[in-house]
Design a binder for this molecule. Structure first.
Ligand SMILES: Cc1ncc(COP(=O)(O)O)c(C=O)c1O
Length: 363
C-alpha cells in the first residue's frame, strides 16, 4: 500500500472522459474569461445555497479580501478571527489594511470560540471571520447573536466546509458574505485555483462583480477599486462537471467518519467528534505523540497529513495580532489527518482503518 491522506487526481481519473470532452468544448468555445461557464456555475452555486448571488473569483484568499473591501473594512478596523486556519484567512485581513485579532479555539472541533470573540470585541471591531475548520460548523447560534448584538459584520470562511450545516442551515448562509475555495483538495475542487463569494446583499454583489474585474462597471467606466480576480472559464467548466458530485461525496465522507468512529471506538480519546452537519473535509485525530504515529503509519504505506503544524502565534509575521491562545497552541502539536477522501477509502477503508488501529495501539 502507498497512499497519502489526500489525492484529488483519483477523482479526476474517474471522470477523465468527461473532463476531456469538457476541454474539447472549451477549446472550441473561444470564450475563456467571464463567459457562460462562469455564469452557469455562479447560478448553480447560489441556488445550492439558496443565496441570491454568487460571484466567482480566483481563490478564497481573494474572496475574503474582496468581501472585506465590499464591507468597507480597512485601515483602523479590527477583524476578529481564529487561531487555527490557513494563513490566507489572516493575510486577507492584512491585504484589506485592517488589523487581525486572533483568538483561541474550542474543543472538540477547534473552531473559533464564541466566548473569546465576545471578549475580544472593542470599539474598533468591525467584523468577525469564522472558519468552519475541517468541515465542522462553528457555533453559529452563539456567533450570529454576538455579532448582531454588537453591530459587527459576520463573514464566513467556508473553504473547508462546502455543504456542511449548522442546525440544518448550510454554512455560508449565516453571514453577510461567505468565501469558498476550489483548491483541488477541497470538498469540490477545480484543476488549479478558484474561489467564490455568496451573498444576499445586492450592494455587496455589485461591488464584487466590479472589483474582481479591475473595477469596471457594466458601461466600462471605473468608479471603484478593483483587481484581476476572475474565476476563469476552464475552471468553471470543471466545477460545473464536479459540483453535481458534491452531495454524494459529502455523504460518503460522513459514512466513513461514522465507520472510523465505530472501528476505532477503543481509542475514543483520540477521535474527532461525530457532529451532525459536518462534512469531514478532514478527519483529524488528536494524538499526543504525533510524530511516532505518523512514522508508524508510513511504515505501512499510509502517509498522513497535518492541518496545521503551527498556530498563528507560531508564525512571527502574525504573532503581534494574537491573543492568548493556549488551546490552539497545544492542539496544533497533536492534530493529524487520516485519509477521509471517498475515492481513497472506497477500496481501502478496512485496511487503512486496521493500520490506524494498530498505530494507535502502539501509542
Ligand atoms: C480555511 C481556509 N481559508 C482560506 C484558504 C485559502 O484558499 P485559496 O487557496 O483558494 O486562496 C484555505 C485554503 O487552504 C483554507 O483552508
Amino acid at each position: 500500500m502507498d497512499l497519502t491522506y489526500s489525492s484529488p487526481g483519483l477523482l479526476y481519473k474517474q471522470i477523465e472522459s468527461d473532463l476531456i470532452a469538457t476541454f474539447q468544448k472549451f477549446i472550441q468555445s473561444e470564450s475563456y474569461i467571464l463567459g457562460d461557464q462562469v455564469r452557469l456555475f455562479e447560478k448553480n452555486f447560489a441556488q445550492y445555497h439558496d443565496a441570491k448571488y454568487c460571484i466567482g473569483v480566483n481563490s478564497c484568499t481573494d474572496a475574503l479580501f474582496l468581501a472585506l473591501k465590499a464591507c468597507a473594512i480597512g485601515s483602523g478596523d479590527k477583524v476578529i478571527t481564529t487561531s487555527i486556519t490557513a494563513p490566507a484567512t489572516i493575510q486577507s485581513i492584512l491585504m484589506a489594511g485592517a488589523t487581525p485579532v486572533i483568538v483561541d479555539v474550542k474543543a472538540p472541533t477547534y473552531c473559533i470560540s464564541p466566548e473569546r470573540i465576545l471578549q475580544a470585541i472593542d470599539r474598533d471591531s468591525k467584523a468577525v471571520i469564522v472558519v468552519h475548520l475541517h468541515g465542522f460548523p462553528c457555533e453559529m447560534d452563539k456567533i450570529t447573536k454576538i455579532c448582531s448584538e454588537s453591530g459587527i459584520i459576520l463573514l464566513e470562511d467556508c473553504a473547508q466546509a462546502l455543504g456542511s450545516h449548522f442546525s440544518s442551515q448550510k454554512v455560508g448562509t449565516f453571514g453577510k458574505a461567505s468565501a469558498f475555495s476550489f483548491y483541488p483538495t477541497k470538498n469540490i475542487g477545480c484543476m488549479g485555483d478558484g474561489g467564490a463569494v455568496i451573498t444576499n446583499d445586492h450592494q455587496t454583489k455589485e461591488y464584487l462583480s466590479s472589483a474582481r474585474h479591475y473595477g469596471f462597471s457594466e458601461n466600462g467606466t471605473i468608479y471603484q477599486f478593483g483587481i484581476n480576480s476572475r474565476l476563469d472559464e476552464l475552471q468553471a467548466s470543471i466545477l460545473n462537471l464536479i459540483m453535481p458530485l458534491l452531495e454524494k461525496r459529502n455523504r460518503s465522507r460522513q459514512t466513513f467518519a461514522q465507520k472510523y468512529s465505530d472501528h476505532l471506538s477503543n481509542f475514543v480519546e483520540f477521535l474527532p467528534p461525530l457532529i451532525e452537519g459536518a462534512t469531514y473535509h478532514q478527519y483529524p485525530l488528536r494524538v499526543p505523540n504525533r510524530q511516532k504515529f505518523i512514522r508508524d503509519a508510513a511504515k505501512y504505506g499510509v502517509h498522513l497529513g497535518i492541518h496545521y503544524s503551527k498556530s498563528m502565534v507560531d508564525h512571527p509575521f502574525f504573532r503581534s495580532y494574537c491573543r492568548e491562545i493556549p488551546i490552539a497552541r497545544k492542539a496544533v502539536k497533536e492534530l493529524v489527518s487520516i485519509p477521509i477522501q471517498p475515492e481513497i477509502l472506497a477500496c481501502n477503508f478496512e485496511s487503512i482503518s486496521d493500520i490506524i488501529y494498530k498505530c494507535l495501539q502502539n501509542q
